[in-house]
Each structure stands twice: as structure tokens, then as C-alpha cells.
Write a protein that binds this ligand. Structure first.
Ligand SMILES: Nc1nc2c(ncn2[C@@H]2O[C@H](COP(=O)(O)OP(=O)(O)OP(=O)(O)O)[C@@H](O)[C@H]2O)c(=O)[nH]1
Ligand SMILES: [Mg+2]
Length: 466
């Protein structure tokens, strides 16, 4: 705890900070489209809409979840657009407050004029993520779910969308709640024992307490183990294509992308810079890095390129080491790669099998960038190296967010401390402090306790209108 903003606040005290004002923003992307939607939320939503909306129904009298046709005007004479107005009454709206969505023709001019009218009526422009923040403060969703909303918007593959959906549905939150509750339960026994220490009353014996904590640690470890899978699902996999010059790294990249993205030539040392492209296969996003062929070189530019190739190996989740039927495998280079990357994260690929089909050379996969032979097998290997044996059902809680991962790690450390205190027969106070801290770390994931910094960081990353 260093600065004031890092102070943890409980969810209850957050709710008291809930602003009373009404906010508005464009909820659709700025620009020309079929329609634009303006979102308004807060106690003055209906009143403010009535001042500019001219239709058959007064919005303030309209039932929740109804749609109304009418015209928008600042003065009742000059109409800006004809629109549809959607009504949501609290608590049954995205934010949990009275909310309105105005659907206009998709012109930036129209939407900005309407927003201007609303702002004249003491309505405030929404900050990034403020609608979702209000949904969190109004208990519509917890913090992990609010973060899933951002992930859903940013999802670019089916797998990442499914993962984010699973988190928005509260699968992770439910697991964290369960762990936190059993922790609260244990620590309340410890505290009771402390309160009645003079009477020599014990509410839980140390052995039982230790077992309970051990079980919670085991569950936390299980969650931590899902992170490498969750991160890949959410963010994709970095794959470096490396090898000696001329083995066909760029040709393989081009084949995968189905376009002539990188220059291919028979001159060794063609690729100098790292070329980065993305491809999605079986719902997984692969970020491919084509690199300069690694060899001894006196050329300044090539030397720099080779330096970058080595960096790409270090940064990669998976390294595809390529050699071809024309050159001998550079075992020194392969050994070097094994030093820089985990062995099970390196796939050895032999290229150009169209030239010499009788393969006696050793590799994990045999391919030809010319004919496309073996490319499906290469992606099968890539998938196995990426996901390992992790198969999870839709109902498994999966950690995909670094913040959640760090909170779980912190919780685990506190619990290990608590166990150490138990085995060292320290007084209950010591155990109790660690249990409380672990409880808070878990609480941070779902937003039961949060600091201003955490909240700002999370919602800052949203776009305005979400
Ligand atoms: N026959 C055949 N030729 C290939 C194959 N893959 C690549 N080549 C040829 O091999 C040469 C080198 O290919 P590149 O893709 O430029 O090789 P690279 O590994 O990117 O080379 P550098 O960028 O110099 O490190 C080119 O003449 C390609 O046409 C293949 O599968 N079969
Ligand atoms: Mg190349």
C-alpha cells in the first residue's frame, strides 16, 4: 500500500460512490453506416429524451423494453432525423439504470447533433467504459464479467470468443466466489478462536484448518494451470519461422497466407527484417514471424536481421525450425534454439520434399511450400504444441487475464504463509492476517474489493459508449 489510490475499497463502499448524473455517448462506431445508436443512462434519461423526441408516446410514460418511432428536434420545428427510441427501466437495463437507446440514420452529423442537444440538457459525455462500469457498480455484472465484455468485443477468433463468453457467463466468477467463501468460513473460525482465546475455546483445530487451506491452494493451482491455455485462446500464439538462409521460411509463410507476402528468391539472405502476419486456423490465432536466415555474415544489414531472428526465437511461444532436403541440418543452430526455447515448443520441419521425396532425414513434419504437401500436418503439430493436453469443457473455469492470474498467485502465496504459520505454531493472529489477505486477493478478481487504480485501468481500455 503506497498511494491512496491503491487502497482497497469494498464493493459496498463503491456503491455509495455511484454517480447520480446521466451520461450519453455514441455506442456504434463513428462514421457512416446503416444506423447509429446513441446510448443514454441515468436518472434523467427519459426526461431528457422527451425534450427532444416528438412521437406519439411520452417516453417518461412508456413501458420498459418498448420501441417508439418519432422525430428528434431541438426546437420542435426543425427536425434532425426520424428515429427509433428503445426504453429500458431500471434495474432491467445494461447499466441497471433507466436507459434509452436512440437509433438514427447512420450519419456522424446526425448523431453528433443529437448528442450536442443532450449535452445542453446537463447530460454528461460518458467516459470510456462508463456504461459497463455502472453495470458493475449496480451489481449487474462483477468485475471479471466486465472485463469479459471488453474481451468479447476484441475477440478475433471463435475460440477467444467462446472463452470470453464463458467468463461473461460467470464460470470463473462462480469458482472464485466458491473459493473465497470457503476461505471466509475458515478465517471466521480462526477469528472466533482469537476472540475466545482467554476462555481457551477452540473453534477449529490446526490440523483441520491446515487441510482446508491446502484444499483451497490445490483449487487455486488448478486455476493457475489453465492460464497458459486461456492466454493463448485470448491473445493468440506467437510462432517464429527460423532456420538457415534459403530453406524456404518465406515460401512457407506465403503458402500459409495464400499470398506473396514476403520476398522469395534463390539468393540466400533474402529476408532481412522480421515479417509479422496473422492467420487463424481451427479458431486459434497464430501470429507468424518470418525471420532472416541465420548464418555467419559480415553484412551490416544482414547481421542486424539475424540479431532480430534470435530475438524472435526468444519471444516466440512456438518455434518452427526449418531445414531443407538440399542442405544439411545446421545442428549447432538447432542446439542453440533448444537453449532459447522449451524443447516441446520447437517443431522441426523439413521443406522441399517435392525435390527429394524419399526422405531419410529426421523431422517432426515433412512439407513442401511449393506443392503444399504436409501443411495440414504442420498445423496439427502446431496445435498440439500450443494446447498440449489441455482439453477443457465449456463449464471449466479458465483464467485468461493476467490480472486474474496475478491475483490468484498472490492468494496462493498468502495461503502458503498461513500454512507455514500453522506448522510453526504461531499465534492465530498471524494466520488470520494471511487468510484475510488471500481473501482480498480473490476478491479483487471479481471486484468485491478493488483499488481506484485497478478500476481505472480496466475501464480505460474500453471504448466510449461501451
Ligand atoms: N522446390 C522447392 N523449392 C522451394 C520450396 N520452398 C522454397 N523453395 C525455393 O527456395 C528458395 C528460397 O526460398 P525462400 O522462401 O526465399 O527461403 P528463406 O528461408 O525465406 O530464405 P532467406 O530469406 O534467405 O533466409 C526459393 O528459390 C524458393 O522458390 C519447396 O518447397 N520446393
Ligand atoms: Mg526469407
Amino acid at each position: 500500500m503506497t498511494s491512496k489510490s491503491e487502497t482497497l475499497k469494498s464493493y459496498a463502499s463503491r456503491r455509495e460512490e455511484l454517480p447520480e448524473d446521466t451520461i450519453a455517448a455514441l455506442a456504434t462506431p463513428p462514421g457512416i453506416g446503416a444506423i447509429s445508436v446513441i446510448r443514454i443512462s441515468g436518472p434523467k434519461s427519459f426526461q431528457a429524451t422527451d425534450k427532444i423526441f416528438f412521437g406519439k408516446t411520452k417516453i417518461i410514460d412508456a413501458a420498459s423494453h418498448t420501441i417508439h418511432y418519432g422525430k428528434i428536434s431541438g426546437d420542435g420545428i426543425n427536425f434532425i432525423d426520424d428515429v427509433l427510441v428503445y426504453i429500458y427501466r431500471e434495474p432491467n437495463s445494461y447499466t441497471g439504470e433507466d436507459s434509452v437507446e436512440i437509433s438514427t440514420h447512420g450519419s456522424p452529423l446526425i448523431s453528433s447533433k443529437i448528442i450536442e442537444l443532450l449535452l445542453q440538457d446537463n447530460i454528461r459525455m460518458a467516459e470510456p467504459g462508463e456504461f459497463t462500469k455502472r453495470a458493475f457498480l449496480n451489481n449487474r455484472i462483477d468485475l471479471a464479467q466486465a472485463e469479459a465484455v471488453a474481451d468479447i468485443i476484441n475477440s478475433r477468433t471463435e475460440a477467444s470468443l467462446r472463452g470470453a463468453r464463458n467468463q461473461l457467463d460467470g464460470v470463473l466468477s462462480a469458482k472464485v466466489h466458491e473459493l473465497r467463501n470457503s476461505l471466509i468460513n475458515s478465517s471466521s473460525f480462526v477469528e472466533l478462536s482469537l476472540d475466545f482465546a482467554e476462555e481457551n475455546l477452540e473453534f477449529i483445530d490446526n490440523k483441520e484448518l491446515d487441510e482446508k487451506i491446502q484444499n483451497i491452494i490445490r483449487d487455486i493451482e488448478q486455476l493457475l494451470n489453465t492460464y497458459s491455455f486461456g492466454r493463448i485462446i485470448r491473445d493468440g500464439v506467437n510462432v517464429a519461422l527460423v532456420g538457415q538462409p534459403n530453406v524456404g521460411k518465406s515460401s512457407i509463410l506465403n503458402y500459409i497466407l495464400k499470398e506473396s507476402r514476403a520476398i522469395v528468391s534463390k539468393i540466400p539472405g533474402t529476408t532481412r527484417d522480421v515479417i509479422r502476419e496473422e492467420v487463424s486456423v481451427d479458431g486459434i490465432l497464430y501470429r507468424l514471424f518470418d525471420t532472416a536466415g541465420i548464418r555467419f555474415s559480415e553484412d551490416e544489414v544482414e547481421k542486424e536481421g539475424i540479431l532480430r531472428s534470435r530475438q524472435a526465437i526468444k519471444d516466440a511461444d512456438i518455434v518452427i525450425f526449418i531445414y531443407d532436403v538440399e542442405q544439411k541440418i545446421d545442428s549447432a543452430l538447432l542446439d542453440e534454439i533448444y537453449k532459447l526455447a522449451d524443447k516441446d515448443k520447437v517443431i522441426v520441419v523439413l521443406n522441399k520434399i517435392d525435390i527429394a521425396p524419399k526422405i531419410t532425414l529426421k523431422a517432426d513434419v515433412y512439407v513442401s511450400a511449393l506443392t503444399g504437401a504436409g501443411m495440414n500436418e504442420m498445423f496439427e503439430k502446431l496445435k498440439t504444441a500450443t494446447l498440449g493436453n489441455s482439453v477443457y469443457s465449456e463449464k471449466t473455469a479458465i483464467v485468461s487475464n493476467l490480472r486474474h492470474y496475478e491475483c490468484l498467485k498472490k492468494a496462493k502465496e498468502y495461503l502458503i504463509n498461513a500454512r507455514n504459520s500453522i506448522s510453526a505454531r504461531l499465534s492465530g493472529e498471524f494466520i488470520s492476517v494471511d487468510l484475510r489477505n488471500a481473501e482480498n486477493s480473490l476478491g479483487e478478481i471479481i471486484g468485491e474489493v478493488t483499488s481506484d487504480d485497478i478500476l481505472n485501468n480496466i475501464f480505460m481500455k474500453f471504448c466510449i459508449g461501451k
